[in-house]
Design a protein around this ligand. Structure first.
Ligand SMILES: Cc1cc2nc3c(=O)[nH]c(=O)nc-3n(C[C@H](O)[C@H](O)[C@H](O)COP(=O)(O)O)c2cc1C
Length: 180
């Protein structure tokens, strides 16, 4: 596992996804702070649907995904809210993973306007079953946090993103040190 490596698992379906925009915004902040970032975007490169057959005979795209996540010291999962929950795309990706040795995970979600915590909350038991440590601050964004060219325009959201990045990297440092 690498000390300063963070992987995004983005489970959006749309090619103009606000979850992707939010994730890319956070990716830039983390890279500017010196972190190595990997990005798995299910809208553009979806992992195959998990079946017994593919699980037993994984293609390189899957082994690369699993190995990259195992090698990361922090994970970010981003999902739109679909029918009061996270997306099937994000669950399909997560279902390939091994237990993660208590590494921290940050959760991002976007929805149409309710600032709903549903997807983020419902991911908690899922990530716990994979022995990930969810950080307290989640970022839940809505349509109006973005302008027409998909720039983040809500200053409060930017503040929360900053706190999210501080928290995730603090947990990464502490948990990594404890494991050495
Ligand atoms: C199948 C589907 C179900 C959705 N269900 C909800 C919902 O339950 N609550 C909500 O606030 N928005 C819902 N939305 C709207 C999306 O959460 C919203 O458009 C979000 O920004 C999409 O994320 P994206 O831009 O990353 O694709 C739904 C959208 C789709 C396509």
């Amino acid at each position: 596992m690498k000390k300063n490596k963070i992987s995004f698992i983005v489970g959006a379906a749309s090619l103009t996804s606000k979850s992707v925009v939010l994730s890319k915004h956070i990716q830039k902040i983390l890279q500017d702070r010196g972190y190595e970032v990997e990005f798995f975007n299910q809208a553009t490169e979806p992992l195959p649907l998990l079946t017994d057959e593919i699980y037993k005979n994984p293609v390189p795209q899957i082994t690369d995904f699993i190995e990259t996540i195992d090698d990361s010291s922090g994970i970010i999962i981003a999902t739109p809210v679909y029918h009061n929950s996270f997306t099937g795309l994000v669950k399909n990706a997560i279902d390939y993973l091994n237990k993660q040795n208590y590494k921290p995970v940050g959760i991002l979600s976007t929805d149409s306007g309710n600032k709903s915590m549903q997807a983020a909350d419902q991911l908690l038991p899922v990530v716990r079953s994979l022995h990930m440590t969810p950080i307290p601050t989640r970022v839940c964004a809505v349509k109006n946090d973005f302008d027409d060219s998909l720039q983040i325009v809500n200053p409060k959201l930017k503040e929360r993103i900053s706190l999210f990045c501080d928290e995730l990297t603090w947990y990464m440092d502490k948990l990594y040190e404890d494991k050495q």
